[in-house]
Design a protein around this ligand. Structure first.
Ligand SMILES: [Fe+2]
Ligand SMILES: [Fe+2]
Length: 233
């Protein structure tokens, strides 16, 4: 049994409110509270499903804000994995993002207690180009590594749990979903060993079961109080 502490979409920045309902600056305190809760609940691993930060007016402020969030994450005795969301990838390169958060937060696939945890990165445009600082089209999202995923799913001896920022849940509006969501879902359901998909990005959150897989989308931390969740797998 693994106890996972999960949160998503803090969109932490110096702005008080954006889009009328994202309370960006309050997210730092919410992340701190979530980490205290996860430690008190004896979580084995903490996963941030992306959009940790939101864009600032200049690069220096941007780095400073990520450093503040990183301080909480790095000082926690429980290990964390932080996936990059579109907002993270539109502000930082992968190298710069994990340069501040620490390599230990990189989403490396792993087997824990007989379960395989797969972290998918869909911060790519459908033409295969990776998101880069300055980009902004979040509706164009794509997972370019289908062949590798097919191989992992077909050879895994363990049950599989998938984590990604953007959405595969077929019931969520199309603009939030991967361009190739249908073919990725087909791969995930091909061997009956994928048990759940954990995702962020769609801020209201959602839950469904499709082809025998549970799709859980967590509500955004920037829009809710107490948006930190424990999943036992
Ligand atoms: Fe978001
Ligand atoms: Fe997002």
């Amino acid at each position: 049994m693994i106890r996972l502490g999960i949160f998503t979409d803090p969109h932490y920045s110096s702005q008080v409110v954006t889009c009328g309902r994202r309370y960006n600056s309050r997210s730092l305190e919410k992340i701190r509270r979530a980490y205290r809760y996860f430690v008190a609940e004896n979580c084995d691993l903490i996963v941030c499903l992306g959009d940790l930060i939101d864009r600032e007016k200049d690069g220096e402020t941007q780095k400073l804000q990520l450093c503040r969030a990183a301080e909480i994450i790095r000082s926690c005795p429980v290990p964390s994995v932080c996936l990059m969301g579109n907002h993270d990838a539109f502000a930082f390169t992968e190298e710069a993002f994990y340069g501040i958060l620490g390599d230990a937060c990189k989403p490396a696939d792993r087997v824990l207690d007989g379960k395989r945890l797969l972290f998918l990165d869909a911060c790519y445009f459908r033409n295969g180009r990776r998101y880069a600082p300055g980009d902004s089209d979040w509706t164009d999202t794509f997972y370019p590594f289908e062949a590798e995923l097919q191989k992992t799913v077909s050879t895994s001896k363990e049950d599989i749990y998938v984590f990604l920022h953007q959405n595969l849940d077929p019931h969520i509006e199309k603009r939030h979903r991967l361009y190739n969501a249908d073919s990725v879902n087909e791969i995930l359901s091909s061997h009956g060993n994928v048990k759940a998909v954990f995702q962020g990005h769609y801020h209201p959150g959602a839950r469904c079961e499709y082809n025998g897989i549970r799709y859980i989308t967590y509500p955004a931390m920037c829009e809710r109080e107490n948006a930190c969740f424990i999943e036992i797998i």
